[in-house]
Design a protein around this ligand. Structure first.
Ligand code: FE2
Length: 545
């Protein structure tokens, strides 16, 4: 591994120094060959940077050619250039390469400290003049616009609910998470753990079929991969026992232990796919975005006065000493725009608007009144008029027609970018499952459940519990690359955290406490609008209650 010296950093071309610094800020060093290939990359270096950071595992300290080969080669326009560049590096001696490119992270300018995520209602900065942005084209995929939909289920459902669909779905989940784990664990297929491995330490990557405790107090986990099934035994006095209490069904984990050569492994350590170890925000954009959810328009508990305050503030119709309103460029809604009809028994007693289309008309009237230069993105939830099985497509055309044509309707979950900052939106129904299953996770702190999603690289890891997941051929819930922002709702409480560089936001509700919540002693957190500065990913809570 190259040792980076203060002297050698001066030998790097200016462009290279900037690249080295960008990677150093994310905690990585660059191999000289990799640096040269990045410098000679013909496409957007910013995009390449993001793709590399998103694909690199936290265990990697030095980014080498092997880590970026696929990323470079996947772009045809770079193949020729990459080949030439790589060969020129290979023709040079290792010593020459070291002299030319080795760089010192320690001599780079200090990495700016990450601002803490702190609730606040004001900002001292002066408001800039809002800029006009291009409207979003119908295909939602223009390179020019500031909102880009990167993926959702809308128009792509393949599920027929047949046996083969389930096989495809679980294989896709396994393969995607196995790929993440295999960067940190040297695993072998379960079928290879025969008698020859008896008494030897082995590692495997498996999907959890079942977890149970034995009469002796040990924990037994059944794990499956495409080649077979194995029983992993976690002994009650073993190092992994406490951690094994975090294992949930259907997730994909790595296991290291001693094989008995007869279908069992005695677990020494466990590994979750997790996020790369970042502390800085993963991406930087511009402008501000507001994240809200669970408006429940049509419910008699919808807080119309609080919404009016929010809307007037956003439109600059009320005093705004912070100047923050004029900086808002995006409004993201993570589901339950309306209360819906027949979602739970006796719901009619809680409704102010009894017809679901009239509920959407009321919601459209509210949102259509918001400043036109704010891009509004709407994702559905379990109260909306889309299929209940997730992933859910965008709201239907007959509903979209009530809204201004510049609004963007996306599915649930949906991945998009706002000014280049990647956002993963998920309504958050799986939080119900995680609260039930995981110790220390509660509705009062929904951000903790969301962090568990990030640790497992999956938005809804438990299959077949509260969340009804359609077995699409692709598992849309795998978090293949880390988003800069994870936004959920559903639980009607606000939770904000930063986890390994990811801004985690649960945005509460605009519905006051219902009779049902009163009986259950559930205290919603209402009329709070988390706002994110996309340049720093700093999150503030704006309160309109
Ligand atoms: Fe809701």
């Amino acid at each position: 591994m190259l040792q980076i010296s203060p002297k050698s950093v001066r030998n790097i071309p200016a462009q290279g120094r900037e690249i080295v610094q960008r990677f150093a800020e994310q905690g990585y060093q660059l191999e000289p060959e990799a640096l040269e290939v990045i410098i000679s990359y013909q496409g957007s270096k910013e995009e390449l940077f993001r793709r590399i950071i998103n694909s690199i595992d936290q265990s990697v300290a030095v980014i080498e050619m092997q880590h970026i080969n696929n990323l470079i080669q996947s772009h045809p326009e770079n193949r020729a250039c990459h080949t030439a560049s790589a060969s020129s590096v290979h023709n040079r001696s290792f010593a020459q390469a070291v002299n030319h490119f080795s760089a010192s992270v320690s001599t780079l300018p200090p990495i700016p400290s990450v601002p803490p995520i702190s609730p606040s209602t004001t900002t001292p900065s002066k408001p800039p003049i809002p800029r006009l942005r291009q409207s979003i084209p119908d295909d939602h995929h223009s390179q020019e616009c500031s909102v880009q939909l990167k993926g959702d289920i809308t128009g792509r459902s393949t599920c027929m609910g047949e046996y083969d669909d389930f096989v495809c779905y679980f294989r896709d989940r396994y393969e995607k998470i196995r790929e993440i784990l295999s960067r940190r664990i040297n695993s072998r297929p379960i079928e290879s753990l025969g008698k020859s491995t008896s008494g030897r330490e082995v590692s495997l990557i498996g999907m959890v079929l079942d977890i149970r405790n034995t009469s002796k107090g040990n924990r037994v986990i059944e794990l499956e991969d495409p080649t077979g099934l194995i029983v992993a035994v976690v002994q009650k006095d073993g190092e992994a026992y406490e951690e094994s209490g975090q294992i949930i069904p259907d997730e994909v984990i790595g296991v290291t232990g001693i094989s008995d050569g007869n279908g069992r492994i005695f677990v020494k350590s466990l590994l979750w796919p997790d996020m790369p170890n970042h502390t800085a925000p993963l991406e930087k954009g511009s402008g501000h975005a507001i994240f809200i959810s669970d408006l429940h328009v049509g419910s008699k508990y919808f807080m119309d006065e609080a919404w009016e305050r929010f809307s007037c503030w956003l439109n600059g119709e009320t005093e705004d000493p912070s100047g923050l309103a004029s900086q808002v460029e995006y409004l993201v809604i993570a589901g339950d725009l309306v209360d819906g009809i027949g979602v739970y028994p006796g719901q009619q007693n809680d409704l102010a608007i009894m017809d679901i289309y009239s509920q959407y008309e009321a919601a459209a009237k509210m949102l259509n009144a918001i400043r036109r230069d704010i891009k509004i993105i709407i994702s559905p939830g379990n109260h909306d008029i889309v299929r209940q099985a997730e992933p859910q497509p965008a709201l239907p055309q007959e509903v979209q027609r009530c809204f201004r044509p510049d609004m963007l309707f996306v599915g649930n979950p949906a991945r998009l970018t706002l000014s280049g900052v990647s956002v993963l939106i998920y309504h958050g129904r799986s939080i119900d499952d995680l609260v039930l299953r995981l110790p220390g996770i509660s509705y009062a702190n929904p951000e903790k459940a969301m962090i568990e999603m990030l640790r497992r690289r999956h938005l809804s890891p438990i299959y077949g519990s509260r969340v009804s997941i359609a077995p699409e051929h692709e598992d849309h819930y795998v978090i293949s690359s880390p988003p800069a922002i994870l936004h959920c709702g559903h639980v009607h409480t606000v939770g904000i955290a930063r986890y390994k560089g990811v801004a985690v936001i649960n945005s509460g509700t605009w519905q006051s406490q219902t009779d049902f919540q009163k009986k259950m002693n559930i205290q919603p957190v209402s009329a709070v609008a988390p706002i994110v500065d996309l340049a720093t990913l700093k999150v503030r809570k704006l309160i309109f209650a």
